[in-house]
Write a protein that binds this ligand. Structure first.
Ligand code: NAD
Length: 367
């Protein structure tokens, strides 16, 4: 053991893998290392009770390996719940590649990564995530069939973002109905934070529905483009979180609902695409409930992307994908009611529903 590792272990005062704070009974964690291509990756398989563990590969310049491990454990667990609540026969998995996607991603590295995925014989199926593009999945496809999110020309389902945006729109409408009594968005003030692949399409749905949309992004060029394309107002105030809006749609980063922002939020509904919006699921979920802010659980309403890639495995037509995505509206309503009836947060309600489906299937398999 190197001196650095000893130091890191002492610092964390935990066992390196099973003792990690994000470890949640994961079935398997695979460390992949290839000197020739420079590949350093971790594949996390959280749960395969409902089916093969499907989840995207993220390439990120992590500060250290602990951060990468923590991320893959957290994200793969999230996928188990996302697929379960969406009624998909999929388990939860995720992979991270340590490195800079802009300068270190090569076809050789992606093929080597694909070989590791292949070695798991379909227990883990990969897809795109941050730092990955459809063409990278096409490269992985050269060495393994256990990949989704490949290009339409190669028989895949293509870019998932418009479907994700549609699902978020469904969840946002359901939350609007539950909180305000009607899902008519005409005149509702909505703040969309992050107008990337998903955010832009959400802005389109919202403006077409008559909502008064304000947009925020760190990319000024995009702000001007999207602002003029859809007639959305660009946020110019000093503090985004204090904006006087009815609905806040986080579509950029995670953890924007935290100790610093929560007391400023004026919106009565939070519904957006970003993963892991609550910095602390328990604490901040409860604080939102106390403030009377209806939170549409992120992993439920941003599931359009996984539904889309699932179509490649289950041979779903585009119409079936849209129908399943549209159903996010009904599932959201069920969750809001369940949360109210049991006096729990919407996040807890969604988690318990997702866990129940996994437990029921596990019991069935035992019989
Ligand atoms: P993207 O990278 O295309 O867009 C993100 C946008 O957020 C960019 O325009 C970026 O400039 C902006 N941004 C970054 N930091 C910001 C900040 N501090 N303030 C304001 N804007 C900021 O990503 P995307 O594919 O649109 O995904 C958006 C979110 O939804 C991500 O959190 C992603 O994990 C999640 N998500 C996406 C999908 C999908 O299908 N693409 C599926 C599920 C979840």
């Amino acid at each position: 053991m190197t001196a650095d590792l000893v130091k890191a272990n002492e610092l964390h005062k935990v066992d390196p893998v099973f003792g990690q704070i994000s470890f949640d009974g994961h079935e398997q964690v695979v460390f992949c290392n290839d000197k020739d291509t420079g590949l350093k990756a971790i594949i996390g398989i959280h749960n395969t009770v409902l089916g093969p563990a499907l989840g995207g590969t993220r390439m990120w310049n992590y500060a250290n390996e602990w951060e990468a491990l923590n991320d893959v454990l957290r994200l793969s667990r999230g996928m188990s719940f996302k697929s379960s609540i969406s009624g998909l026969n999929l388990g939860g998995g995720k992979a991270v590649i340590i490195g800079d996607a802009k300068s270190q991603k090569t076809p050789e590295l992606m093929r080597k990564f694909g070989e590791y995925v292949h070695s798991l014989s379909g227990k883990y199926i990969t897809a795109e995530d941050v730092g990955m593009e459809t063409k990278d999945m096409d490269t992985v496809r050269e060495v393994t069939p256990y990949v989704t999110g490949i290009s339409e020309e190669k028989g895949g389902s293509g870019n998932p973002s418009p479907i994700t945006a549609y699902g978020v729109f469904m969840g946002l409408k359901a939350a609007t109905k539950y909180r305000f009594g009607s899902d008519n968005l005409e005149g509702k003030k909505v703040l969309v934070q992050g107008i990337g692949h998903v955010g832009e399409v959400l802005v389109q749905h919202l403006t077409e529905s008559g909502a008064l949309v304000t947009i925020a992004d760190i990319n000024e060029e995009r702000l001007n483009q999207v602002g003029s394309k859809y007639g959305a107002k660009i946020f110019t105030g000093a503090d985004l979180y204090s904006a006087e809006v009815d609905i806040y749609a986080p579509c950029a980063l995670g953890a924007t609902i935290n100790d610093d922002t929560i007391h400023k939020i004026q919106a009565k509904v939070i519904a957006g695409a970003a993963n892991n919006q609550l910095a602390n699921e328990v604490v901040h979920g409860a604080m939102l409930k106390e403030k009377g802010i209806l939170y549409a659980p992120d992993f439920l309403i941003n599931a359009g992307g996984v539904i889309n890639v699932y179509s490649e495995l289950a041979n779903l037509t585009r119409a079936q994908v849209m129908e399943k995505t549209e159903n996010i509206y009904n599932t959201s309503m069920e969750i809001f009611k369940f949360a109210e009836q049991h006096n729990i947060t919407t996040h807890q309600a969604a988690m318990s529903m997702a866990q129940k489906r996994i437990d029921d299937r596990k019991n069935e398999l035992r019989k």
